[in-house]
Design a binder for this molecule. Structure first.
Ligand code: 5AD
Ligand code: SF4
Length: 457
């Protein structure tokens, strides 16, 4: 009988990708994914370490799994508990010490070794009558996990497939843990990316998001022997599959080269949306953050993107209360937001992460001031998101439906501009792409009715 694997994923889309690949790694061992935690034989908690609360959530989640494991044992069974992702990488030893019922801890670069680790955990459990010490693998192995992951897609990806093309980061922004948890920048070869895209499409993907912590730093040898950049790769993918919708995330302003910008004007399959984190609008804060660009550079990139693709929707990440941020610095951030006009954005209060240079900076900003700035920034961003969505009223947008809505009969999808669109239409199915006339708009979503002939999945 198939064993049931439940994966709880926190954090970014890279974690969503990793979760799918962990399921692929475990499939040959007889594990099939389940969406219900109650009947799981194994659980993987795939964690995020980017901000404080994420790690706290992991420990509280683990408490619940401890109870489930006890219940299973009382019934003569077993639940294997694994912790993966960036908290596993950064705090593996602490997890094993604080939560000894955890069977194994595996970092983001080592999960291709899950079958081996699982066997070790089982041996350790058998030897010590169920009280073995957890197995820890948070190495950065010399071999790339990508060369050892199975080629099969064990669970169909659904209409939107995630494809990691780049991982890790050498940028060392002074607030960020990613260079420590994910390791050095690595790009997969073009041929491996193209092959994985083909497999996702064959398994049903109608849109593919290329992923990487610095996705636009991707570079690799193309089939022609030349070194390709992301713009070139997107051209190839779009040419092979002109009907597919392509996206990429997350980008760094320093890597936004002219060829990639031009691709936005030339490739119909490349969606008119870009998530381009800027973090702050103040040059002195950008310097302290080690971002390697000024506010003006960001504005110039936006100008070029809009010249190439006038309707491109922009999104960003912001941090308020980075050490040393003055009222004037914060005002510069608000000004940049006014100058750009974002369709959507994420904004966070600065959180001092252990081991990062930012956490050692002397001029930390108080929580009250960081919060106040966050609310002011979010009010402005919310206003812009609402205005952007309201401008869609009455328009026809092509929506790819990828998930059920909250109420029976509703489906949710994404517009080309990444807006969530809800439609109530009998017969509509997940995976359908349809033109929708927008009839309602709020800060976070659109609603509408099917406009034209539906194109079946
Ligand atoms: N504090 C607050 N926000 C952070 N981010 C990354 N590190 C921190 C931190 N220490 C935010 C950045 C990044 C996004 C993924 O998370 O804005 O772009
Ligand atoms: Fe973190 Fe900066 Fe690297 Fe992005 S570019 S992952 S924010 S260090």
């Amino acid at each position: 009988m198939a064993k049931k694997l439940f994966i709880k994923t926190y954090g970014c889309q890279m974690n969503v990708y990793d979760s799918a690949r962990m399921a692929d790694v475990l499939a040959p061992l007889g594990y099939a994914k389940t969406e219900t935690p109650d009947d799981a034989d194994m659980v993987i908690i795939n964690t995020c370490h980017i901000r404080e609360k994420a790690a706290e959530k992991v420990f509280s989640e683990l408490g619940q799994w401890r109870l489930r494991k006890q219940e299973a044992r009382q019934a003569g069974g077993e639940v294997t508990i694994a912790v993966a992702g960036c908290v596993a990488q950064a705090e593996g030893e602490e997890i094993i010490a604080r939560a000894p019922f955890v069977d194994l801890v595996v970092g983001p670069q080592a999960y291709h070794r899950l079958p081996e680790l699982l066997a070790q955990a089982e041996r350790s459990r058998a030897k010590k009558t169920g009280r073995g010490r957890g197995i820890l693998d948070t190495e950065f192995p010399v071999e790339s996990k990508f060369d050892h992951l199975p080629e099969q897609v064990a669970t169909p990806p659904g209409p939107v497939g995630f494809l990691a093309i780049q991982e890790g980061c050498d940028k060392f922004c002074t607030f960020c843990v990613v260079p420590y948890t994910r390791g050095a920048e690595y790009s997969r070869p073009a041929a491996a990316v193209i092959a994985e895209a083909e497999r996702l499409i064959a398994a049903g993907a109608r849109e593919i998001a290329l992923l990487g912590q610095n996705v636009n730093a991707w570079h690799g040898e193309g089939p022609d022997g030349a070194t390709w950049s992301l713009g070139r790769l997107l051209r190839e993918l779009n040419e092979r599959h002109p009907d597919l919708r392509w996206r990429y995330t997350t980008s760094h302003p320093r890597e936004m080269d002219d060829d990639l910008i031009a691709a936005h004007g030339e490739l119909p399959g490349l969606m008119p949306f870009l998530h381009l984190p800027v973090q702050s609008g103040s040059d002195s804060i950008l310097r302290a953050m080690n971002r390697g660009h000024r506010a003006e550079d960001y504005l110039r990139i936006v100008e070029k993107l809009r010249a190439a693709r006038p309707d491109i929707a922009l999104s960003s990440d912001f941090i308020t209360g980075f050490p040393g941020e003055s009222d004037r610095d914060f005002e510069a951030t608000l000004q940049l937001v006014r100058d750009v006009g974002f369709a959507s954005a994420y904004s966070f209060k600065y959180s001092a992460r252990p081991g990062t240079p930012g956490s050692l900076m002397p001029n930390q900003v108080s929580d009250a001031v960081s919060s106040e700035r966050l609310y002011a920034l979010q009010a402005l961003l919310q206003e812009q998101a609402t205005a952007f969505n309201k401008a869609s009223l009455g328009r026809e947008l092509e929506v790819l439906f990828d998930r059920p809505g909250k109420h029976a009969g509703q489906l949710l999808g994404r517009s080309p501009y990444m807006q969530s669109v809800v439609v109530n239409e009998p017969g509509l199915e997940i995976g359908d792409r349809a033109l929708v006339t927008v009839t309602g708009a709020s800060a976070n979503s659109l609603s509408g009715e099917i406009a034209g002939q539906r194109e079946a999945a």
